[in-house]
Design a protein around this ligand. Structure first.
Ligand SMILES: *Cc1c(COP(=O)(O)O)cnc(C)c1O
Length: 215
């Protein structure tokens, strides 16, 4: 993927998202040259799914790019919360009360209050992270009682299914609970997600090309 291709893809996807949604460039497992190309093209929102990898990639870019916005979009273990709160600006993968408790305690300790989205397992897949749709209300109440800012929902639809019913389900849940943000849509389905009201789309290979699993 050339720097020019990356810039073109960012421009095309951003134009499609228009004023409706923020494009998060998912930079996990991408080589440094492609990330520099995205930064040079003006991209500032990036998503990562592993705390350690994100820290290595991004800690050095903060001073050069003070307007960088880093999104945690992967499963978060409680023993990584300290680093996650220090590095990221928003967390998309809050999915259990215990994690909310650890996050809020750490945010208070660091005096860094990150807005969070609840990850919903809209397909009720046993192997997948996220709370079941029926559990959203209770988790939200728990977070709000603990002084945490939860302002949206996130989902990753089952791979082999039409994503639209999952996006629609997430949008309905957000409406029911008065939540502003919907983090949904990846390279293969962000157009459908935008039509269903996404406010964050998370695009990796569609911007950078295939990931190098060796990185
Ligand atoms: C990797 C990843 C993406 C981006 O996937 P692409 O198919 O490369 O766009 C989006 N969301 C999450 C949660 C991811 O882990």
């Amino acid at each position: 993927m050339s720097a020019e291709d990356i810039a073109k893809r960012i421009a095309a996807i951003t134009a499609m998202a228009a004023a409706r949604a923020t494009v998060i460039a998912v930079s996990k497992q991408q080589p440094a040259g492609r990330i520099s190309a995205a930064l040079a093209a003006g991209q500032r929102h990036f998503g990562e799914n592993r705390v350690q990898e994100a820290k290595e990639r991004w800690a050095g870019h903060r001073t050069a790019y003070p307007d960088l916005v880093l999104h945690m979009i992967g499963p978060l273990q409680t023993n990584k919360v300290r680093d996650a709160v220090a590095l990221f600006d928003r967390i998309h993968t809050l999915d259990r009360p215990k994690l909310a408790d650890v996050l809020v305690a750490e945010m208070k300790r660091q005096n860094r209050f990150l807005p969070c989205l609840i990850q919903v397992n809209t397909g009720d897949e046993p192997q997948k992270a996220g709370i079941s749709p029926a559990g959203v209300g209770d988790l939200l109440a728990h977070c709000r009682a603990g002084d945490m800012t939860v302002d949206g929902l996130m989902c990753i639809p089952p791979v082999a299914e039409d994503p639209v019913p999952h996006f629609t389900c997430l949008a309905a849940l957000a409406r029911t609970h008065g939540l502003e943000h919907l983090s949904m849509g990846m390279s293969n389905d962000y157009e459908a997600a935008l039509e269903c009201g996404a406010t964050f789309i998370r695009v990796g290979s569609g911007i950078f090309g295939a990931r190098d699993d060796a990185i």
